[in-house]
Design a protein around this ligand. Structure first.
Ligand code: NAD
Length: 262
């Protein structure tokens, strides 16, 4: 079960009244569902994505439902642009309570055919982008005892065949999350990683097994053949980023129907 329209659901709380959420990857998929969920829970949302049209659409849909959203185009690979985006968010809404690093790219390949360019791309978007945004947002997050939710993956917990670059990047963001939770735990700022298994989004198209891939190596990664909807992951992000999760720090949280149990 997932909540298709959190604005229309009486089951959705208002945990984000008076909070500001900065969400990357908000043009589609999990980022869009998270933006909608947090806005429905009362957050003022600052939404960014490299897809300018998509992020405007998300903001317009939130505004149309009575929520608060500002959209901006941002390529998270651009460190200076990340700093500027955080500054604009703080100037617009007065600060940041939760930073959701959701933008991501992926793909599958035999290791012999994987390229250094694709490895660099996945690292830049999935790891370096979050790093720049976290660094820039830290003063505001510290002042407001805010938190960061990094969207990792089951590929950040277990090894997955034909995903050498993606797995490396997702393990890296999990490692960054844990390191920051330890280093900054006493400041009151929390850092957590949410790790979904198969989610029904556009990114799935990038995960076609390469020619000659072993079916048994791939099926090992899926205990449940049904995919989940992005709204289910958004609900977990909304919990982790809320004050209800005040004691959750440095956590690596699977939402994967048991895939990572072993
Ligand atoms: N779909 C899944 O099965 C799945 C599973 C585990 C983890 N994830 C992770 O969830 C996150 C969201 O992915 P999704 O499934 O919603 O896919 P998606 O393709 O719908 O969303 C990814 C978003 O990131 C944006 N993006 C890509 N490169 C960017 C850049 N350089 N700067 C800014 N924005 C950029 C895209 O435009 C897109 O809107 C990703 O980090 C992905 O790795 C997805």
């Amino acid at each position: 079960m997932h909540i298709a329209d959190p604005f229309a659901s009486p089951a959705v709380a208002r945990r984000y009244a008076d909070k500001v959420a900065f969400v990357t990857g908000a043009a589609s998929g999990i980022g869009r569902a998270t933006a909608v969920r947090l806005a429905a829970e009362g957050a003022s949302t600052y939404l960014v994505d490299v897809n300018a049209e998509g992020v405007q659409e998300t903001a317009a849909s939130i505004a149309g439902s009575g929520g608060t959203a500002t959209a901006a185009t941002l390529d998270v690979r651009d460190a200076a642009a990340c700093i500027a985006a955080i500054e604009v968010c703080v100037a617009t809404y007065g600060g940041i309570d939760v930073l959701c690093n959701i933008a991501g790219v992926g793909g599958m390949s035999h290791v012999a055919e994987e390229t250094r360019d694709r490895l660099d791309l996945m690292y830049d978007v999935n790891v370096a982008g979050p790093f720049s945004l976290i660094q820039a947002a830290l003063p505001s997050l510290t002042e407001r005892r805010g938190n960061v939710v990094n969207l990792a993956s089951t590929a950040g917990i277990i090894g997955q065949a034909y995903c050498v670059a993606y797995c490396a990047s997702k393990h890296a963001i999990v490692g960054m999350t844990k390191a920051l939770a330890v280093e900054l735990g006493r400041t009151g700022v929390r850092f957590n990683a949410v790790c979904p298994g198969g989610v029904n989004t556009g990114l799935i198209a990038a995960f076609l097994p390469p020619e000659g891939a072993s079916g048994s190596l791939i099926s090992r990664q899926f205990l449940n053949r049904d995919m989940q909807e992005p709204e289910s992951v958004a609900a977990m992000v909304a919990y982790v980023g809320s004050d209800e999760a005040h004691y959750v720090n440095g956590a690596v949280l699977p939402i994967d129907a048991g895939t990572t149990t072993g």
